[in-house]
Design a protein around this ligand. Structure first.
Ligand SMILES: [Zn+2]
Length: 263
């Protein structure tokens, strides 16, 4: 697969929200699209500061910290399209999309395809295009979303869809959970040298008040235990942690997820 990268005039900026959320804002000099606006206030401040008009809102799943700002943003920007999962359970969605659908954002000359990624929630979707993946709470740097609604098998299948994307795909995760995730990843893979180097980099980023995101698929395949649970090193770690070897890849993934839940 070759990548058709983001147009040069489009920037992607993480608007911080709550304690550790990022609301990704894609914008050119005049228009903006935001992903998962859990809170309207920081988005409105960013738009005002940069004199941007809101052109669309993308939603990955129903959790309040990803949807709580929709109503206020729509009342301030009537007719703005709100594109998100099907099911009519998220107030304010004007266009429901599912696996394989295409989302056109003409003001930014962007087109994304929709990838369904059940696991964290059953309605979860991701937006992929121009070498960029907006993955919501499915994938985090060195981690993945908790299984609130889906099964380990569903989540593993969803993450495997991401693993098949080109290595240089930029991954825009929605939470700054990296350092806690890395601490866990090091417990699972104490001998992973790339993970150790990444850990040092992430600490330096946070010490300088910089985000650790976005990341990319290549890095995640090298350091993220949830993308690596099929490897023998992790399976041996699981066997010593749980006192029994995983019987298959789903069992291994579930074992890593359960271990993290208790970490
Ligand atoms: Zn969530």
């Amino acid at each position: 697969m070759t990548q058709d990268f983001m147009p040069e005039e489009v920037s992607v900026f993480p608007i911080p929200a709550f304690t550790d959320n990022y609301i990704w804002c894609l914008h050119n000099a005049s228009h903006a699209v935001v992903v998962d606006p859990g809170d309207a206030q920081p988005v409105m401040a960013f738009l005002k500061q940069h004199s941007l008009s809101l052109a669309a809102i993308l939603i990955t799943h129903h959790h309040h910290d990803h949807t709580g700002g929709i109503a206020r943003l729509v009342s301030a920007n009537p007719n703005v399209p709100v594109i998100g999962p099907r099911g009519n359970h998220i107030r304010g969605i004007t266009k429901s999309v599912s696996q394989g659908d295409t989302v056109h954002l003409p003001v930014l000359s962007l087109t994304f395809s929709v990838i369904e990624t059940p696991g964290h929630t059953l309605d979860h979707i991701a937006f992929y295009g121009h070498g960029a993946l907006f993955c919501g709470d499915t994938l985090f740097s060195a981690g993945c979303g908790r299984l609130f609604e889906g099964s380990p098998e569903q989540m593993l299948h969803s993450l495997n869809k991401f693993k098949r994307l080109p290595d240089d795909t930029i991954v825009y995760c929605t939470h700054e959970y990296t350092q806690a995730n890395v601490a866990f990843a090091k417990a699972v893979e104490p001998d992973n040298a790339e993970l150790q180097a990444y850990s040092d980099w992430a600490d330096a980023q946070r010490n300088n008040d910089n985000p650790t995101l976005p990341t990319d698929i290549k890095t995640q395949k090298a350091i993220n235990p949830f993308l690596r649970s099929h490897l023998s090193g992790i399976q041996e770690s699981l066997a010593s942690h749980w006192g029994k070897s995983p019987v298959n890849d789903v069992d291994a993934f579930a074992g890593v997820r359960r271990w993290k839940d208790e970490f």
